[in-house]
Ligand binder design. Structure first.
Ligand SMILES: [Mg+2]
Length: 380
């Protein structure tokens, strides 16, 4: 059984969770002036705001729209918390974006999928104040459509055996691989609904969809053999970046941000039982030019405390111009396989106080307790 999770108006919901005075109002996260809308609250959508729409245009269709600049490291933290809760129900999770994932529940025999979905929804809204929509079905296709059909705050279960019936009346544009153009061509030849595609002669479908036709017809029958992609190619590094509200001219606030990023990234590295060897600091100057510098450790590490001492030197090497800085990023790469990390643990060399502290912090985070190191507090 697959559960598809999709947060509702995610960035906008995070901002509303942090500032309840925004609730129920037309508001959006987006760039001001020449920017675009990245996420719009439901009241804003009702007034014609959609994504991606230029902010200028959004303010024309909805002059009372409250536009908030995005804070992506905050959204990443919420995202990690959401999927952290999901991991309490299954280790098999394919994250497909910052606010969407497939959960494979086949291994969770103690709890029926509907109950997992209800408990997960309650946990996320209770702890974080954001709502998600969930769809449960026998495969990715059905679960994903189920989660999106009745947003927001939806829970739709498709019982095994009823996939085809569930899809029949939907517009063909709901099927995976059917973009705007293909949907138009399908409708033009009378294949408007999923039911029409399921029952069309395959030659007729081929005339419109070409070699995709047989696959498309399987989808229309609610059949989808795509497995969960549990080891995505892009998991080859861990990175974060943050844009400052004001351009920064002194190193100390930048270092504070970098240390906090190191905490967050190393916590993810440990969660994935990995270790990283290369640390890259990246800057964007206020004139928009970029600079970066990397350092490779003699041995892989999964402890933030081992990279704190490297950060001032890295920052000096990268910040060489007398220009203020508007963005900073940290990336950990050159990852070792989980088995290598297990060996590092076994030799006892790292059973230090630092490791114990990291383990305690991870434990607290896993139980959704907001913990941070002292340097993060100073930054506030
Ligand atoms: Mg979403």
């Amino acid at each position: 059984m697959i559960l598809h999770l999709d947060a509702d108006a995610f960035f906008a919901s995070v901002e509303q969770a942090e500032d309840p005075s925004l609730k129920g109002k037309p508001m959006a996260v987006g760039g001001l002036r020449r920017g675009i809308i990245a996420s719009a609250s439901y009241p804003a959508r009702q007034r014609g705001v959609y994504t991606p729409m230029p902010t200028v245009q959004a303010l024309k269709v909805c002059p009372e729209l409250i536009v908030i600049p995005g804070n992506f490291s905050k959204y990443r933290q919420y995202s990690d918390r959401i999927f952290g809760f999901a991991e309490e129900f299954t280790p098999w999770i394919e994250r497909t974006s910052i606010d969407e994932a497939y959960l494979d529940l086949s291994g969770n025999r103690q709890m029926p999928p509907g109950q997992v979905a209800r408990e997960l929804k309650a946990k996320i809204v209770g702890e974080l104040g954001v709502t998600v929509s969930l769809g449960a079905g026998s495969n990715k296709l059905v679960a994903q459509i189920a989660s999106k059909l009745r947003k927001p705050d939806a829970l739709v279960e498709v019982p095994a055996g009823s996939e085809r019936e569930f899809l029949a009346e939907l517009d063909c544009g709901w099927l995976p691989g059917v973009g705007t153009k293909l949907a138009e061509r399908l409708r033009a030849v009378g294949l408007k609904r999923v039911r029409d595609i399921a029952t069309a002669p395959v030659e007729a479908l081929e005339a419109v969809a070409g070699r995709f036709a047989p696959q498309l017809q399987l989808y229309a029958h609610g059949i989808d053999a795509r497995p969960l992609n549990l080891d995505p190619e892009d998991a080859k590094s861990y990175g974060m970046q943050e844009t400052f509200d004001d351009n920064v001219t002194a190193p100390e606030p930048v270092l504070a941000v970098l240390r906090t990023m190191a905490d967050e990234l190393m916590s993810r590295v440990r969660r994935d039982s990995r270790a990283a060897r290369t640390i890259t600091v990246r800057l964007r100057y206020s004139d928009m030019s970029d600079a970066s510098h990397a350092f490779t450790l003699p041995q892989p590490s999964d402890l933030e405390t081992e990279i704190y001492p490297l950060l001032p030197g890295l920052l000096r090497r990268v910040w060489t111009r007398e220009t203020s800085v508007r963005l900073v990023g940290l990336r950990l790469s050159h990852l070792s396989a989980p088995s290598v990390q297990a060996e590092l643990d076994l030799d006892g060399r790292r059973s230090s106080k630092q490791r114990e502290a990291a383990r305690v912090l991870d434990d607290l985070r896993a139980r959704s307790l907001p913990v941070m190191r002292g340097h993060s507090l100073r930054q506030l």
